[in-house]
Design a protein around this ligand. Structure first.
Ligand SMILES: [Zn+2]
Length: 312
């Protein structure tokens, strides 16, 4: 892929520093961008990540005891041999980081999962000029333009007196929605499923105020109206057929694998325009597409910016 950067079965490998980025198999040295399970596996010998990601991993993997953590602050460099590495905010979930790698006069940026738009539940993305941009391409398709979040919240106004269940993944999405709901609908009761509350507590310990939410109460939810419950997506099927309950699935995808009355369009990944904006703003001349399909991005850039090399 590059003189120094390789896709190995274990994951992305930066040879001069002998470390992996978000490895999928256990390795000696791993730099981990954020706490989602497809990026942060248990069992690596040494891990470099943000303090929030460490707390998330500790909660997710309570039996993980042998891993040695180093938790640099955003912007605080650390070294693997001659390789300088810095973590910067990626705007995806709390503690998510881009990995800036500097070696041999070349600056690399691995975005991990990211979004550019504002999200009050996590640190905002910080653009860093670089030569090689290794970007996620989850929504690298012009069909994807995420709507403003307030427009999606407006969909809930039609159900003021109804109980609503919003299916949202437990880490990141669930906390973001909690914050959005408690800000926009302070008069409604916002309940959170027990699978997510541990992550809520980490967010609040790290200084993110999620507002006036409360743990799910079966009795209260059934006996009163106008409540909003945030639950794991698989719980939607339980509520879908219940009288007096409206269900919504929080997703950035146009098609939903879960049955719900409507989709609540919300994504923690960059859409097509955000990916193009990032490429422009970093000034990178080499783009490496990972975590998704970079085919459309490659054909677009080769027409519009023929001097940019795209490795898919
Ligand atoms: Zn993620």
């Amino acid at each position: 892929m590059n003189k120094y950067l390789f896709k190995r079965p274990e994951g992305l490998y930066f040879e001069p520093g002998d470390f992996y980025l978000d490895p999928k198999r256990v390795v000696q040295k791993a730099v981990i961008t954020h706490g989602h399970a497809d990026h942060a596996i248990a069992g690596n010998k040494s891990v470099w990540c943000t303090a929030a990601t460490k707390s998330i991993m500790r909660l997710r993997y309570p039996r993980m005891v042998s891993t040695e953590f180093t938790v640099p602050a955003y912007g605080e460099p650390f070294y693997f041999n001659e390789v300088k590495v810095t973590l910067l905010p990626a705007g995806h979930i709390l503690g998510s980081a881009q990995v800036i790698i500097e070696y041999g006069g070349v600056k690399y940026c691995y975005t991990g999962d990211f979004k550019l738009r504002e999200d009050a539940s996590c640190e905002r993305f910080q653009v860093e000029p670089c030569d090689v941009l290794i970007t996620e391409t989850t929504f690298a398709d012009p069909l994807y333009a995420h709507p403003p979040e307030q427009d999606e919240l407006s969909k809930l106004e039609a159900y003021e007196k109804t109980n609503i269940v919003i299916g949202a993944y437990n880490l990141g999405k669930s906390q973001r929605i909690t914050k959005l709901l408690t800000d926009r609908f302070p008069h409604r009761r916002v309940m959170v499923h027990p699978e997510a509350t541990g992550f809520h507590k980490i967010y609040e310990q790290m200084g993110i105020k999620l507002g006036n939410w409360q743990p799910y109460s079966y009795q209260l939810f059934r006996r009163t109206t106008g409540n909003i419950l945030i639950a794991p997506p698989r719980a939607l099927s339980t509520y879908y057929r219940e009288a007096g309950v409206i269900t919504a699935f929080a997703t950035g995808w146009k098609k939903s694998p879960f049955r719900a009355h409507f989709n609540f369009h919300l994504s923690d990944h960059a859409d097509w325009q955000e990916i193009l904006d990032l490429i422009r703003d970093t000034g990178a001349r080499t783009i490496v597409a990972v975590h998704g399909d970079g085919t459309l991005l490659k054909s677009h850039l080769s027409k519009e910016f023929p001097d940019i090399e795209v490795i898919n």
